[in-house]
Design a protein around this ligand. Sequence first.
Ligand SMILES: [Zn+2]
Ligand SMILES: [Zn+2]
Length: 133
Amino acid sequence: MDAVQASSHGSCMCGAVHYRVSGPLRPIIACHCIQCRKSSGHYVAATACPTEALHIEGDTLRWFASSPQAERGFCGRCGSNLFWRRIGSSSTSIWAGSMDGPTGLHIAQQMFTRSKGDYYDLPDAPAVPDGGA
Ligand SMILES: [Zn+2]
Ligand SMILES: [Zn+2]
């Protein structure tokens, strides 16, 4: 585990939704799946934390059920993608690009590489097991 960061924070583009994470963050996983590509405009690089360590403020936060199993959090005013969570899970993924300042994180793994767009090269990171369907 990387060194514990006391607190990390971030926001959407317009600032109406902002959040703080108390405690460590997961190394980043890049996801090239179709849903991540559509919602982000490219591929997603996301960290994650226990949901109870994520403190969100801002009443423009909206959740979209992207599948029966998961939902995506975004700002209803500026459209920034911010979060992803599996229904019933105790952790929430956070789009790394929404974080403020240095994160100290790096892309450690990637998934759904076979769904990647044809216009970019994959980042230099191993694929997660069973994540390349
Ligand atoms: Zn916003
Ligand atoms: Zn994805």
